[in-house]
Design a protein around this ligand. Structure first.
Ligand SMILES: [Zn+2]
Length: 321
């Protein structure tokens, strides 16, 4: 997730959210003598579908969970003469391969990261030598590729379609079927109660930790969820949040867990994503500095909190933990 500024990078005054020149709301410095505006423009990133000896190279970044592979990507550098040169530089840095651009695939918005992905098909030769950022790589014949439903996956999908290949359905169709499923960022997804099969799909999609806010005696609860999670190799936490009486302690415990699990991909659920969307909204605003109206979009996409939950939310906002 892109962490937003809270203080002016020029003069350290706390930033405020305001419409600039009648345009959309932006974070800006309230000091007229400074006038800093955080425009938050998308950042250009180049991506390569690297073809090597007839197969496509997918790589895993050191910071990613096991089994999560993707295209070679990198930020466009100030000194790159153009994006095509930038992508060849990345392929050299990350794989130690000399390549040539075979085709411009397209550009894809990656809204969650506020990036614009500029994707190329690169044909490369030589022996792979992984750069520092990568943990491992694998090679697949083009017909075996399975695109993922995010910017670089869309590029891969388009490239396959142009070659007459039929990409398999996006892997997280099973996730989208979970009641009130909502992905907040690449590391955090929220939902209502998954079935046992859906919990397996959660694991298969690369999530490593489950935080359950539903009390076990709820009629919506999945019996033996803790045992199933353990069997699947998921880290499992439960904070039973009473629907009629959420507490400040529940939220404090939630913040502790979220911070402890920050390095993993986390799936948080309750019965209908109502408790969860409220807790996640508060966590993002109070602990991560996400602008309130950004976090609120995800909350309101799930539900309009009722009187009791609105009061709970307001009380937390009034007394930052
Ligand atoms: Zn300022």
């Amino acid at each position: 997730m892109s962490q937003s500024f809270r203080f002016c990078p020029r003069c350290a005054t706390p930033l405020e959210l305001a419409a600039v020149d009648g345009g959309p709301q932006r974070l800006r410095c309230p000091d007229p003598a400074c006038g800093f505006v955080h425009w938050d423009n998308p950042v250009p990133v180049v991506a390569a579908i690297v073809e090597h000896e007839g197969e496509v190279i997918l790589a895993r970044n050191r910071l990613w969970p096991p089994k999560m592979f993707a295209l070679i990507t990198g930020f466009l550098e100030k000194d790159d003469p153009d994006p095509a040169s930038g992508v060849l530089r990345e392929v050299d840095e990350e794989l130690g391969l000399q390549g040539r651009v075979a085709e411009f695939v397209g550009h894809y918005p990656f809204e969650r990261m506020n990036q614009i992905i500029i994707a190329y098909h690169v044909v490369a030769e030589g022996e792979v030598r992984l750069g520092d950022e990568l943990a491992e790589y694998k090679k697949l014949p083009p017909e075996k590729l399975r695109p993922w439903p995010a910017a670089t996956g869309l590029a891969l999908r388009d490239w396959m379609l142009r070659r007459g290949l039929t990409p398999l359905a996006f892997e997280n169709d099973a996730l989208k079927a979970i009641h009130a499923f909502r992905e907040i960022d690449p590391r955090l997804a929220t939902a209502g109660q998954p079935t046992a099969g859906q919990l397996r799909a959660v694991r298969a999609s690369g999530y490593q930790t489950v935080i359950n806010l539903l009390p076990s005696d709820s009629k919506w609860a999945l019996p033996d969820e803790a045992a199933l999670a353990q069997e699947l190799g998921l880290v499992y936490h439960q904070i039973p949040v009473a629907w009629e009486a959420p507490t400040a302690q529940d939220f404090a415990r939630f913040c502790e867990l979220m911070e402890a699990e920050a390095g993993r991909r986390v799936f948080v659920h309750c019965a209908a994503n109502k408790r969860v969307s409220a807790f996640v909204f508060l966590y993002r605003v109070l602990r991560q500095g996400v602008p309130r109206e950004v976090a609120e979009r995800d909350l309101l996409a799930v539900w309009q909190p009722d009187e009791l939950w609105r009061a709970f939310i307001d009380a937390r906002l009034a007394q930052p933990a």
